[in-house]
Ligand binder design. Structure first.
Ligand code: DGT
Ligand code: CA
Ligand code: CA
Ligand code: ZN
Length: 600
């Protein structure tokens, strides 16, 4: 289990205990361990192999160690389950709402038996909260706002793309072991289209032709239902099983014959709107299209069914990549021969944002470099935070200069990969950058981003971004909208105005590949491209493991119709550097004196 998952279970428990009216010390002990796990670099699963080591961690005594072992063994915790029998799980959603702590949630529960966001929203709208002790009109309005945000952020149980992807890979690997009848397992649905969040998984299992088809289907279905992390079987039909996995993820598995694979893949990849358009097109041509085949209306003769390309071909269209199938103009573009040649993971040569132990990363420069080289990257930029992010040990001028030297030295030692000295410099409230020009001038790559004052009025935020772009040292704006998927809304500002300014100044915009961010989003990437902005796809890695997040950035870019030629880090290193905005040359050599004075 991932640290995050264990932490989540402990946090749920802490919150449920608080609702339950437990002693403060009791629930705080769970909360503290959850916090520790969220921030810890080593895997708890590893540590827990030695119970003694586990107990050496701060805040983990005999009892807590046993709880953690139980969670690692069972994937859940008996106390949490017990509390969830007493209180509905919806209460945990209420706790996610900003402006509602466990005390208020407990009160609302005891008073109104309200346990869902919808229920709470209704009470707030009817004005039933304002007169309660400790609430008031203002707090009622805040609750209403928070409910709206929760729903926008997909609080309806959608999960992040990477989690869906990992679960799909695990389950697919399991199904492939079912026996010789199984030929392939393919993910369809929103996961295949690369949506940033996924509602449920749709897997297609293709079976080899055998003597007794239904017997094979039944045997494979039985096998799938034995998958260890299934929490509940939702449906078990003739060619389909639906299950819910631990942590709520729902999966639809469909078993089918190879001959209808193309039609099924097309149908279950969606999107629904894209399918509807294709079906209409088929009808115009005198055919019907369903999940089994494209057939003639009269007589039901099969026209095409084996591959998607064949079916698109019969519909007089070139193959349309899954990421484009959202009814955002892809069919028209396909008709006119104007489909984009989407960027691919293999096109990526470098990675221009990542962190090391110098700020809040978990690995050294050298470890990051070796891991990136292993993945085939030709160059990376090490971009630790600047001083404003004190919590993340951000670099001041003196440390930034030291870091440049360390990066140069590491490049010599590692070999086979170019290491660029970078910074992720904070954009202050007024749009100025958080480090002196003398230092920014010496860095190979200056990435600028917002980490504070995130709730400015749209006008003020627009001005702040424009000011950052105006600064001649800014080369890339990182995670330009600051959103955190399912947790924080994007900043509200005039995107088009900012993109136009960036294009004019030669400032690139980041497609941040970190799966919690995916920022810019697909829609914003497309707008940026239309404004003439160049794109950089970066992982924003905080550990060597994160370097492989690149694929999520690429798939998001593909959904934004981004082509290889739009993406700077598809270029060889020297061309990439040349494509970044040229920084002004300082009139003098950097003044060591000035730098010293500033940091003293
Ligand atoms: P999700 O799960 O909410 O992230 O989104 P999808 O796109 O995976 O949606 P899902 O799981 O409901 O269905 C998977 C695909 O199956 C969907 O993209 C298109 C196809 N599909 C499902 N229901 C219908 C339908 O009623 N009509 C059509 N034309 N296609 C459907
Ligand atoms: Ca789905
Ligand atoms: Ca589905
Ligand atoms: Zn950042």
């Amino acid at each position: 289990m991932e640290n995050k998952e264990v932490a989540r279970i402990l946090r749920d428990t802490a919150q449920l205990l608080e609702i339950d009216g437990a002693q403060i010390g009791r629930y705080r002990s769970y909360e503290k361990v959850a916090e520790l796990l969220y921030s810890m670099h080593e895997r708890i699963e590893e540590i827990a192999k030695d119970d003694k080591k586990l107990k050496e961690l701060p805040g983990i005594g005999e009892g807590m160690a046993a709880h953690i072992q139980e969670i690692l063994k069972n994937g859940d915790y008996s106390l949490r389950k017990k509390l969830l029998k007493k209180y509905p799980p919806g209460l945990l959603n209420l706790l996610e709402l900003q402006s509602l702590g466990p005390k208020k949630v407990a009160f609302l529960w005891s008073h109104f038996k309200v346990a869902t966001v919808e229920g709470l929203e209704k009470l707030a709208r009817e004005g039933k909260l304002r007169d309660l002790p400790g609430f008031g009109e203002k707090s009622e309005q805040n609750i209403l706002k928070a409910c709206g945000q929760f729903k926008n952020l997909g609080g309806s149980g959608r999960i992040q793309l990477n989690v869906a992807d990992e679960e799909a890979q695990k389950l697919s690997a399991y199904i492939l072991e079912a026996g010789p009848a199984v030929e392939a397992v393919t993910a369809a649905g929103s996961l295949r289209r690369g949506r940033e969040t996924v509602g449920d998984l749709d897997l297609l299992v293709t079976l080899r032709p055998g003597n007794d088809k239904q017997k094979d289907v039944d045997a494979v279905a039985e096998y799938i239902l034995k998958y260890p992390s299934i929490e509940q079987t939702l449906a078990h039909g003739e060619n389909k099983v639906s299950v819910r996995l631990a942590r709520g993820l729902q999966v639809d598995v469909r078993l089918l014959e190879k001959k209808s694979f193309g039609a099924a893949l097309m149908y279950f990849t969606g999107s629904k709107a894209h399918n509807v358009a294709l079906r209409g097109r088929a009808l115009d041509l005198g055919w019907t299209l369903n999940e089994y085949a494209l057939t003639t209306v009269k007589g039901g003769r099969v026209v095409a069914s084996k591959t998607e390309a064949e079916i698109y071909g019969k519909l007089k269209l070139p193959y349309i990549e899954p990421e484009l199938r959202e009814m955002r103009g892809e069919i028209e573009a396909a008709e006119n021969g104007r489909l984009p040649h989407l960027v691919t993971l293999a096109d990526i040569r470098g990675d221009l944002q990542m962190h090391t132990t110098a700020s809040d990363g978990h690995n050294s420069i050298e470890e990051m470099a070796r891991a990136a080289r292993e993945l085939g990257r030709q160059y990376i930029a090490l971009t630790d935070h600047s001083q404003a992010l004190a919590m993340a040990k951000g670099l001041d001028e003196r440390r930034a200069l030291e870091q440049i030297k360390k990066i140069r030295a590491a490049e010599q030692r590692v070999g086979g990969i170019r290491l660029l000295a970078g910074i992720e410099v904070d954009i202050r409230k007024d749009g100025s950058l958080d480090l002196d020009d003398e230092v920014l001038a010496q860095l190979d790559v200056v990435v600028a981003s917002v980490h504070s004052y995130m709730n400015l009025e749209p006008g003020e935020m627009t001005d702040r971004m424009l000011a950052a772009i105006e600064n001649p040292y800014t080369q890339i704006i990182a995670h330009p909208t600051g959103r955190l998927l399912l947790r924080r809304e994007p900043f509200a500002y005039d995107m088009e105005k900012v993109f136009m300014a960036a294009a004019k100044a030669g400032v690139a915009m980041e497609a941040n590949a970190y799966p919690d961010r995916l920022d810019l989003s697909d829609v914003h990437l497309r707008l940026a491209k239309q404004c003439g902005v160049r794109i950089v796809i970066s992982t924003d890695s905080h550990s060597t493991a994160n370097l492989s997040f690149m694929k999520y950035g690429v798939i998001t870019a593909r959904r934004g119709w981004i082509e290889k030629s739009d993406v700077i880090n598809t270029l060889p290193v020297d061309e990439c550097l040349a494509a970044l905005r040229a920084k002004p040359h300082l009139a003098h050599a950097p003044k060591a004196q000035a730098v010293k004075r500033k940091s003293a």
